[in-house]
Design a protein around this ligand. Structure first.
Ligand SMILES: [Zn+2]
Length: 138
């Protein structure tokens, strides 16, 4: 089992999240469809019930991609005053792709980050140790 050491944790989170790989072993898949997580890692058996990124991917996608894109679209409108069809061909596809495509890597990063940092809701320590056993880094 690969357990990231201090300093390498961020690189591990980015790699496993970007590739959609299990944050514990780095071999099994994290997703069974576009945004649905697998129940357990096919390789190491990691139980994904701990993973609760909730609205995180949508929030970060909006903040990182959609808001800057809105400024570009508004700038395009004021700078060139293009006809509406230009926005249909440029702004709308950019906005849709820019909001949807980052969802999966962001969700992967959030889940991997939750695993590596052992982040959990207050009061769920028992569930965490039940899910991951006593051999984990505790
Ligand atoms: Zn695994």
């Amino acid at each position: 089992m690969i357990i990231p050491h201090e300093g390498k944790a961020l690189r591990w989170i980015l790699k496993s999240g970007w590739k959609g790989l299990c944050p514990r072993c780095g071999k099994g898949r994290m997703f069974r469809s576009w945004l649905k997580l697998v129940d357990r890692c096919e390789s190491c058996g990691l139980d994904y019930r701990f993973a609760a990124p909730d609205d995180g991917p949508a929030f970060f996608s909006l903040c990182i991609v959609a808001l800057p894109l809105i400024f570009v679209v508004v700038w395009l409108q004021f700078a060139f005053e293009p006809p509406f069809w230009v926005h249909l061909l440029t702004s709308f596809p950019l906005m849709i792709a820019g909001c949807i495509l980052p969802l999966r890597p962001i969700k992967g990063w959030l889940v991997a980050s939750q695993y590596v940092n052992k982040s959990q809701e207050a009061g769920t320590e028992g569930l965490w140790s039940q899910l991951h056993g006593e051999d984990e880094r505790r």
